[in-house]
Design a protein around this ligand. Sequence first.
Ligand code: OAD
Length: 246
Amino acid sequence: MKLTDRLTNKLKHAEHIVFLTGAGISAESGVPTFRGNEGLWRKFSPAELANFSAFMQNPDLVWEWYEYRRHIVREALPNPGHIAIKNFEEVFPKVTVITQNVDNLHTRAGSSVINELHGNIERNYCIRCKKRYDYIVFERSEDSPRCECGGLIRPDVVWFGEELPHDIFKNSENACRSADVFFMIGTSGVVFPAAALPYTARGEGAYLIEINIESTDLSQIADEHFFAPAGVVLPEMLEMIRTLRQ
Ligand code: OAD
């Protein structure tokens, strides 16, 4: 890998690095992405599985779907991409992760500041009294879990048509405003408002780098691209940055 003079200069002087990640960062951990040929939304219908009215109509089906995905992420391990992002903290004074992923893998990799825009698959809450429940194991033969108050428990993830957690989105926007270098990694950039964040960062002068195996809706605003797997690009880039900033 070769870094351009411009990127070298940006990385040499940067204080705040922001990573916006999507499903592609976890692909090398064996977690399926949503779009593309092998994507989850090719085989499953978001209309049946990822919105509140679908949940109210058929909570057992929605719980089965999340249990299927929980099983995958519990078996998965953070990959060299997640680990490199964590290790950027050894080189830069401030590193912020903004993720659309619900898979918990940035947390398991040890990143310090993580804004989970779409929630976390390991957290749940009661739709009636809002009591929180972490780490539920659901058997397919069971009815959907219920709270002690009798309300249905739902996964703490953002479904289609729902708002993002307000504070987390605000924090993310603030991080974008002070980013020196902003990485867009493994996201198709089609789901808003998450996909608006690179525009915010760019508007405030951040240098935008895209890492993806193919071009996306965000490619046109990137200052530079690395069209290769994140788990390959990030560790290699980090080693070059360590030398740069010595
Ligand atoms: P997508 O499935 O839309 O996009 C995944 C992106 O990762 C694609 O652009 C792939 O080219 C890229 N990719 C795949 N493998 C990669 C690798 N090894 N290295 C780098 N890039 C790779 O996933 P998201 O953009 O995350 O929302 O999707 C956004 C939201 O749509 C998700 O958070 C989810 C979904 O509906 C909710 O659940 C609310």
